[in-house]
Every structure is written in structure tokens, then in C-alpha cells.
Design a binder for this molecule. Sequence first.
Ligand code: C2E
Ligand code: SIN
Ligand code: SIN
Ligand code: FE
Length: 394
Amino acid sequence: MGRRQELEKRQTLLSRFGRLVAAETRLDALLTIIAEEVRHILAADRCSVFLVDPYKGELWTKVTLGVEEKILRIPMGQGIAGFVAKTGSAVNIRDAYRDTRFTQDLDRITGYQTRSVLAVPLKGRDGKAVGVFEVLNKSKGAFTDEDEGLLRILATMAASFIENATLYEDLRRSHLETIYRMALVAEFRDQKDTGRHLRRMSRFSGILASAMGLSYLESEDIRYASPLHDIGKVAIPDAILRKPGKLEALEYEEMKRHTIYGSQMLANAESRLLRLAAKIAIAHHEHFDGSGYPYGLKAKEIPIEARIVSVADVFDALVSKRVYKGAWTVEDARSYVQGQAGKLFDPEVVECLFKSFDDVLSAMEEENRRILEDETVKEAFPQHLQGIDQHPHV
Ligand code: C2E
Ligand code: SIN
Ligand code: SIN
Ligand code: FE
């Protein structure tokens, strides 16, 4: 290829890179796009993006081991990436195993054999390294000075997008955390096992939504909004909410109002998730045959999200102990739900429950195990809100 063509090709790749990274605000997806593009542009076999974790004094990167994605961490100053992050200078070596800075630690974990390495710092707005770009094993020969120049340009472009995505990620996480804590408030007075029912029914709702063919984003929204379905119970007096026995007719009438209270608390929200939560709160006790409350809506008049959450909620309420009832066995809960297909529940959602019953059971076991490990409210907080690696979209 001539020099001129070479330059033109580079231009095209650079503008494509800019376009792709600018379009992505999810940190997770952004890192994947960046790594894939850079690998391609520099004709390298691999590209790793390491990010600085200033609180831990470490660098972390995501690697794929078989089908699993794992976060690997290395101390600042250690390895090639650690050296680059600490000193802010680039490293270009032909044979990593002959370089004393290279520790082979990551190769040992990933089973990869690194030969040539080109690494440049990712500098944030204040000039400090926020991470490191590393490309490994040039397809032919070693990385050139020109490759280094190119990687520096890409690093500059990527750094500001990574910084923005990180800020956005923080915002999103605090938003989801707030939603979850709000749901805990309602549940706190109602049940001893704070959060257990919420986490399980939220997982079930997400699983059922996917099984119903809703998109990943829609299913995730339902998963995050569903814990707020009973938020209206905060307005129900203790004498009713915590009554150990069966409710009198009038008490039950008041109890039913938790759907309306909940939707009033969430009404007219700006946030998409809170608007969805309001829709679920008002309709999660409607029945498919029209016998539910508060409005007696029928079949498809009930929003799909509420039809899904209703199955998830009742199934989990049955297997849980309440002040007014003991815990049912999974088998009993299962046949109850089956018997209510077309009556309380949308038969399609019931079918999806059975289709994905293995996933539902493993989600349930996973959540129960988590509780046994630690009963504190802090730990009642779902793990998927703790790590960036497992973090979904907005
Ligand atoms: P919850 O305890 O979260 O139960 C949610 C739904 O699960 C119930 O909606 C019902 O459809 C189903 N469910 C729960 N336990 C049982 C059960 O033992 N048998 C059957 N067949 N279904 C069950 P529902 O009935 O509209 O109740 C809404 C909320 O009202 C309940 O939420 C609970 O907080 C309260 N509640 C209902 N019945 C009683 C009661 O007898 N005593 C007290 N203290 N509260 C009650
Ligand atoms: C790196 O690849 O930069 C760090 C890992 C190592 O030096 O083995
Ligand atoms: C937000 O509105 O703060 C983002 C979450 C959402 O509404 O989906
Ligand atoms: Fe409810």
C-alpha cells in the first residue's frame, strides 16, 4: 500500500473510532469497543485497557477466560501497565519475557503468551494517568514509532470518553442505589428478612421479562423498577400491615390501597425507571380475569410489566414466611401458580415461568445463599449494584 493510501486508511479508521466511542456511554461497552477497534487499527493480536482504581492504588482490566469475564487487578507500579501508569511514559518492547518489568502474572492467569508490547498512558483532564492502553503481539514484527504515535492519539481520544462514562456510571449507580433503598424502606417494617423478597422478585421479574421476549434493556428496566412495587405499603398502618392473622374485610380494603399510594408516590417522575415503577405499583394486583384491584383491569389492559411482576411477586410471596402465613414449598407454589394461569395470571407469563424455572430456582438459591452469609442491611444490597463489571445500562 502506498504512503498516501496508508494515511487515508488511517484517517478513516480514526474517524470511525471517534464515532463509535462517542456513541457509547456505558463504561463496560465502551471499553470493549475501544479494545476491539484499537486492536484492529494497530494490527495487534490483543488490546487491553487498564483503568486506575485510585482508592485501591491498583489497575484493573477485564479479561475473558473461556466464557467468563473476570476483573484482574495489578498493584500500581507492577508489570508493564503498572510501570506506565506510575511513570506516565510509554513502553515499546519486542520481547516481553526479556524485560524485567514484565511479571508474566497475567499470562499465567490467561494462558496467553505475550511477545511484543506497546503501552501508553491514558491521561485524564488533569494530566494524571487514569489508565493504560496496551496492545500485544503485533501481527508482523514489532510495534513501530509510528504505531506509538497512533496509539497516543487513540489514547487521547479515548481518555475523555472513559472519564465521562465513569462519571455517568457513578450517577447511574447512585440512582439505582437510591431506588433500591427506597424499596427497602417499605419492606423494612413489613418483613424481618429485609430485602430478601425484593431481590428475589426483582431477579424473577427480569428473567420472566426476557423469557417473554422483551429486549435486554426492557428486561433490565423491569428488574430495577420492580422492587418498588409495594412502596405504597409505607402508608399502611402497623395494625394492618403487621397483623399476625387474617385481615378483616375493611382492613383488606385499606391494604389494597397500597397500590394507589405507591403510584401516587411515584407519579409524574422524570426518570424512566420511576415512571415504570409507578406503572407496576398501580397494576401489580390486577388479575388477568378482571377480578383484581384497584381497577379490575382485564388481560392485555394490564400493562405487560405488571403482568410479569405479579407472577414473580406472588410466587415469591408464597415461598416466603409472612407475619400472617408460613412459607410454602416450591412445589406447592409452583402448582398454585399453574392453577391460576388465566385466572390471576397471564397464561403466557406462567408458561415463561415454567420454561425458565431452572434459572428462577438458581436465582433464588443464589439470593438465599447471600443472606446466609451476612444478615446486615449493607449486605442485603444487591451485588449487581456494587461492581462496575456486572453493571448494566441505563
Ligand atoms: P404479600 O404478602 O407480599 O402478598 C402478595 C400476594 O401474594 C398476595 O396479594 C396474594 O396474591 C399472594 N399470597 C401471599 N400469601 C398468600 C397465601 O397464603 N395464599 C394465597 N392464595 N396467596 C397468597 P394480596 O392477597 O392482594 O395481598 C396483598 C398484601 O396484603 C400482601 O402482600 C400482604 O402484605 C397483605 N395481606 C394479604 N392478606 C393478609 C392477611 O391475611 N394478613 C395480613 N397481615 N396481611 C395480609
Ligand atoms: C502487563 O501486562 O502490563 C502487566 C502484567 C505483567 O507484567 O505480567
Ligand atoms: C435517570 O433518569 O436518572 C436514569 C435512569 C432512568 O431513568 O432510566
Ligand atoms: Fe403488593
